[in-house]
Every structure is written in structure tokens, then in C-alpha cells.
Design a binder for this molecule. Structure first.
Ligand code: HEC
Length: 185
């Protein structure tokens, strides 16, 4: 368990280079773990709200903005409605301009391996052992892709993902996640 925790922490610190390229403070590993089950609204942008690590996740600092760089910033739409008891929290995922279109190309071509739909089904709605990907939290998708690549997520089913992630860079993970998150679940 401790080992897994360290692997996850290392994974997110590394992917932090993509997710939080401009952040000078290293993020705790859970900062990129979405605490919401629902769908985040994907918005392509140059500028994002400045964020801080709040209650189990990233929170926007009102009125402060900064360049997005090569990051995904996933925050509650409404600061007051994001706690564990929120009835229906809305989340917004800011992604760099062009990432959705580039991600579509990667997902459809298979990013150097098989096209993702071959296993994840038409429109990425899931198929047998391969879970649905459409409309999922983009930071959660990045994290899973990183974990497959670095062996934190493994097993017979996860082995099917190995060729997919073998040559997947942090930039590719970001674009792929932006596209998949933008799709209707
Ligand atoms: C050869 C079949 C296959 C292909 C092709 C494939 N996947 Fe997968 N994928 C799987 C399986 C099986 C799992 C479930 C692994 C497990 O249970 O650990 C999975 C899991 C995942 C997950 C984790 C989802 C979750 O709910 O935790 C992500 C993200 C993912 N795949 C993304 C992709 C992307 C992006 C592509 C294309 C670049 C892709 N997959 C192509 C078989 C595949």
C-alpha cells in the first residue's frame, strides 16, 4: 500500500510537469485526483484561473488568472458547491487550445498502437473489460494512462494497455484526455 502510494506520488509529480508545468510548488499526489464522479465541462483556453490546493482538490482563486501552458486545470464551476456533500457539483476542465483536435487524431490513430475504439467500443462507451472513456474526468484519465505506463496499474487486463502507452508522452496523454473528456458519456 505504502509502495503504491509512493508510485502514485512519483507518477503525479512527473505528470505534474504536464499538468502543472507553471506551478512552482510540487503538487501532492491527490491534487490531480478528481473528487467528483460527474462530468467536467471541457473548455479550451489560453488563460486559466490561478489555483490552489483546497479540500481534496484544486480550487480557483477568484480574480487571478495565468497562462495555462501545457496543463489541464480541473476545478469546480462554483466554489461553494464542491464539497463531498454537494448535491450536484459542476466541474470545469480547462485545456490548452488545440488539444481536443489533436487528441482526436491520436485516439483515432491509436497513438502508435491500436485505435482506442478497437477495445473501448464505438464512441468510447466501453466494451467488456475495456471501460467507457467518453466524458470522463481528464485529469483522472491522464493519471490512469500514466499508471499503466509506469506499472502502478497492472494485471492481465491492464497488460492490454501496455502497447498503447509504451510511446505515449505527457503531451500526448494531455491531448488524449482533453478529447475523451469532451465527448458525451
Ligand atoms: C487491446 C485493447 C485496448 C486498446 C486498443 C486500448 N485499451 Fe484502454 N483499456 C483496455 C482494457 C482491457 C482496460 C482495463 C484495464 C484494467 O482493468 O486494468 C483499459 C483501460 C483503459 C483506461 C482506464 C480506464 C479506467 O476506468 O480506469 C484508460 C484511460 C484507457 N484504457 C485509455 C485508452 C486509450 C486512450 C486508448 C487508445 C490510445 C486505449 N485505451 C486503447 C484495453 C484497451
Amino acid at each position: 500500500m505504502r509502495r503504491l502510494g509512493i508510485l502514485l506520488a512519483a507518477g503525479l509529480l512527473l505528470d505534474g510537469a504536464a499538468l502543472a508545468a507553471q506551478n512552482s510548488d510540487p503538487l501532492p499526489y491527490w491534487a490531480n485526483t478528481p473528487s467528483h464522479p460527474g462530468r467536467a465541462r471541457v473548455v479550451e483556453t489560453d488563460k486559466v484561473p490561478r489555483t490552489t490546493i483546497g479540500q481534496r482538490g484544486m480550487r480557483a482563486i477568484p480574480g487571478r488568472r495565468e497562462p495555462i501552458g501545457r496543463r489541464i486545470i480541473e476545478v469546480p464551476e462554483n466554489r461553494t458547491n464542491a464539497g463531498p456533500h454537494a448535491s450536484r457539483p459542476g466541474f470545469i476542465a480547462y485545456v490548452p487550445k488545440g488539444s481536443v483536435a489533436h487528441g482526436k487524431t491520436l485516439v483515432e490513430s491509436g497513438a502508435g498502437a491500436f485505435p482506442c475504439a478497437a477495445c473501448h467500443g464505438p464512441n468510447y462507451k466501453g466494451n467488456g473489460a475495456a471501460p467507457a472513456l467518453a466524458g470522463r474526468s481528464p485529469s483522472g484519465l491522464v493519471r490512469q494512462l500514466y499508471d499503466f505506463r509506469h506499472g502502478a496499474r497492472r494485471g492481465p487486463a491492464a497488460d492490454m494497455m501496455k502497447p498503447e502507452v509504451a510511446n505515449m508522452t505527457a503531451d500526448m496523454r494531455l491531448d488524449i484526455a482533453a478529447y475523451l473528456a469532451s465527448l458525451t458519456p
